[in-house]
Design a protein around this ligand. Structure first.
Ligand SMILES: [Zn+2]
Length: 254
């Protein structure tokens, strides 16, 4: 069974079509990852409606530019995440962004918000799915203060020394459909130990007019298998086992 460990399912106009298309190619689970604070309830509603959808909430680092009043409002959203933690499978998408958030004056706010969510993950024994774009080193430094059951770096595109540190710490890497065109994603898929690989779509992230979807996980695993010279069947067993270790609540919903 394939699991899409990172999809912004609430962003699609018709999630039912997206879920059906995913099921048709063997995707048995989708982690619906919160991105915009205003859509937290939609993530929870989708998970309540569809058994194969599993909710994760977190304040995305880019909310400091996308949601202008976040500096005032973030404590309310933190409370919402905390209240809902028993029904979540992860705290996500969280992290730091020094790439799309170009104004460094906003980076301390990003960090304050991030540091509110890591203790929620720790206390509830929840994994995190991390956005680390151009802030990889800072994120890795901050993580050392927390005992998290699993850390997933989503769509990694950072420097190789940081990649090695993350591998040594046993972090997981979720590989997106960008494996089709991104040399750094291809390198990550090529070099990460098989036991630290996961699948993701990051849908509806779009490339060359093609909207990413959970069904792309089938393409991703086929491409990883080809590059690693393992059978797709064998790789599917390994990645499902990795997913069970990383996101156990996907397999035993509360
Ligand atoms: Zn994402």
């Amino acid at each position: 069974m394939l699991i899409d460990t990172h999809c912004h399912l609430d962003e699609y106009e018709n999630p039912l079509d997206i879920i059906s298309a995913a099921e048709a190619v063997g995707v048995g689970g989708i982690i619906a990852v919160g991105m915009h604070v205003t859509k937290f309830q939609k993530v929870l509603d989708l998970a309540a409606q569809f058994p194969m959808v599993h909710p994760a909430l977190g304040i995305h680092p880019e909310e400091v530019k996308d949601h202008p009043s976040i500096d005032q409002e973030f404590p309310l959203y933190i409370d919402l995440i905390r209240e809902n933690a028993p029904k979540l499978v992860a705290i996500a998408e969280i992290g730091l962004d020094h790439h799309f958030v170009k104004n460094p004056a906003l980076w301390s706010l990003e960090e304050r918000i991030f540091l509110e969510m890591l203790p929620i993950a720790e206390q509830n024994k929840l994994p995190v799915s991390l956005h680390v774009k151009d802030a990889e080193m800072r994120v890795l430094d901050l993580l050392t203060s927390y005992e998290l059951p699993a850390v997933v770096i989503h769509w990694f595109s950072g420097p190789s020394d940081i990649y090695k540190t993350a591998i040594d710490r046993g972090y997981y890497f979720s590989i997106p459909q960008a494996i089709r065109y991104s040399p750094i994603v291809q390198k990550t898929a090529q070099e990460t130990p098989l036991e630290q690989l996961l699948l993701e779509s990051d849908g509806p992230a779009t490339f060359k007019g093609i909207v990413g979807e959970p069904k792309d996980c089938a393409l991703v695993i086929t491409e990883i298998a080809r590059r690693r010279n393992v059978s797709r069947e064998e790789l599917e067993v390994i990645i499902e086992s990795n997913t069970r270790k990383t996101f156990p609540r996907v397999f035993s919903p509360s």
